[in-house]
Design a protein around this ligand. Structure first.
Ligand code: ZN
Ligand code: ZN
Length: 258
């Protein structure tokens, strides 16, 4: 059994819980500690039960509540050493810091988690594959482009949380200053709906995938209906597609085989 609780996703904060029968982990802690606890409790979870909190990278929308949550609820924080260095002020004095290397396979309680390098303009940037009892969940947000490594790692995934950040026309005609538009659109920025749709279609064709959650949607440069239609229209196979929300957690999703 593998269950996903999406607590919220977008540039205003990212966090989700993954659990099996006896282990529960948090991926990213991009809301305040109190807000993460509030959202967890809304879906019936307690932060005290967390085995670990995995951090993808040091941007504020992924680490905002990490340190306080870790101290208050005695949760180990796991991240790449470069992430720790880049966010050192936020993490200083925390005794529950642990490291992983890229492509490391970690046993966290009874969950197996593999770190996957992603292309993003942070000191280090990571996606994850979480496995339990023969099913797998992938997590890929904050990436400007997908790599062969990403594909090979996620080929196992039965369910994928995938960034669909922006529509390129909305981005370039939108309110961002031009340097920010260029950053978002670059290979180390964020993934467009179209690129997200392509990757999902490739995985659905050649992998195990049967469900996707579109995540990290931009509030200014995307529209949830548009993201949904771009991704679903590109699919040739039946795929369950869900949209993550910024403002509230979703009902839990059980990861299942095709
Ligand atoms: Zn982000
Ligand atoms: Zn980021």
């Amino acid at each position: 059994m593998l269950k996903l609780f999406m607590l919220g996703s977008g540039s205003g904060g990212n966090a989700c819980v993954v659990q099996n029968e006896n282990t529960m982990i948090l991926i990213d802690a991009g809301f305040s500690g109190a807000e993460i606890r509030r959202r967890m409790q809304l879906v019936g979870l307690e932060p005290d039960d967390l085995e670990a909190c995995l951090i993808t990278h040091e941007h504020g929308d992924h680490i905002k509540g990490a340190s306080i949550l870790s101290r208050r609820h005695k949760v180990p924080l796991l991240m790449h050493p470069a992430t720790k260095r880049a966010g050192h002020r936020k993490f200083s004095g925390n005794e529950r810091m642990r490291h992983f290397e890229m492509k490391e396979v970690m046993e966290l309680g009874s969950l197996t988690v593999t770190s996957v390098p992603t292309l993003h303009d942070s000191a280090s940037s990571t996606g994850f594959l979480v496995e339990s009892g023969g099913v797998s969940l992938g997590y890929l947000t904050d990436l400007g482009a997908v790599t062969e490594d990403n594909f090979l790692a996620m080929r196992k995934a039965d369910f994928l949380i995938m960034e669909a950040n922006h529509d390129r026309d909305m981005l370039w005609n939108g309110p961002y200053p031009s340097h920010l538009k260029a950053r978002v659109d670059s290979r180390v920025g964020h993934l467009s709906n179209k690129d997200s749709a392509e990757f999902i279609a490739l995985l659905a064709e050649l992998g195990n995938l049967n469900g996707v959650m579109l995540a990290h949607l931009s509030e200014k440069n995307n529209d949830p209906d548009l993201a949904m239609s771009v991704v679903s229209q590109r699919q040739e196979r039946d795929l369950n597609i869900i949209l993550a929300r910024q403002d509230q957690p979703l009902k839990p999703i059980e990861v299942e085989k095709k």
